[in-house]
Ligand binder design. Sequence first.
Ligand code: 2P0
Length: 327
Amino acid sequence: MRAVARANANVALVKYWGKRDESLVLPQHGSISLTLDGLSTTVRVAFDPALGNDDIRMGGLPAGEKERGRVSAFLDLVRHRARTALRAAVDSESTVPLASGLASSAAAYAALALAASAAAGLSLDAEELSRLARQGSGSACRSIHGGFVEWQRGEAPDGSDSIAHQLLVPHAWEVCDVIALCGSGEKEVSSRDGMRRSVNTSIFYPAWLAAAEHDLTTMRLAIADRNFTALGLTAERNALRMHATALGADPPIRYWNAGTLAVMERVERLRATGISAYCTVDAGPHVHVLTPLETVPSVQAALADLPMVHGVLRCGQGGGATLIEAS
Ligand code: 2P0
């Protein structure tokens, strides 16, 4: 009745930005990501007859009320499926630097899906795990797999076909992510709230939907052809469009800060010197700079001396969620 699992974070190359069903976590459109190594979350789950309530901790400390409710609701999905009413003790540990503002619900819910289902005696395949993880956090369905991954929108009202599958195994094509940390602490508008507000109020949302479909097609081709320039241009354009959509919401949502723009400018200048590097930005100020393996040191050096950059992380490609212990 106990299990430990680990999963890696992922960076979206074509972003998920908007749900069509909030409770089932069904996206408005598909998305494509790269699973990263070095930014992982390990989750321990133990179902225990002695517990009257779920005991949810993060790094050994009791989780906040909002997170407790969200994790318990997720555990209810597992309990329902395993036909058990037992409460669980859950603890998680992350390798994401503390207070970097890079918190990853993708890694956490992918690891939780695997650990909780294994602890409950369920043996789920990757497809079932992806479907389950999605209901914890949308982007978590992609972190079940390693390498390049596509989350397909799906059509079924019950979400049964809204799952992720692998496009390329890790290291089949060495694209890396150099992350420039441009801020710290909690963001003001969570991704969940930001995408809801964008769907409901952004004057650009219909254009975003059309662009996302087009970017998915271009990105799939870029990955199939191992065309780094096409991957970089598409990822950068898609990120700018996602942020334009958020800026077009009412009230507007701005995730960037001055550091974000300084990194973007530096990367443009690097490109002018012949280094192949492109930016993408998730729902926060940090900039992920995509570059081939051989140019990682040059990109890292170029970002590290910017005054508004608090740190630089180098990430290669990570594998899928793994079960570390089960008993
Ligand atoms: C992505 N993001 O594709 C996009 C890009 C942020 C910007 O997925 O509400 O934490 O739990 O499904 O997965 C972050 O959103 O949102 C996200 P929920 P999630 O990676």
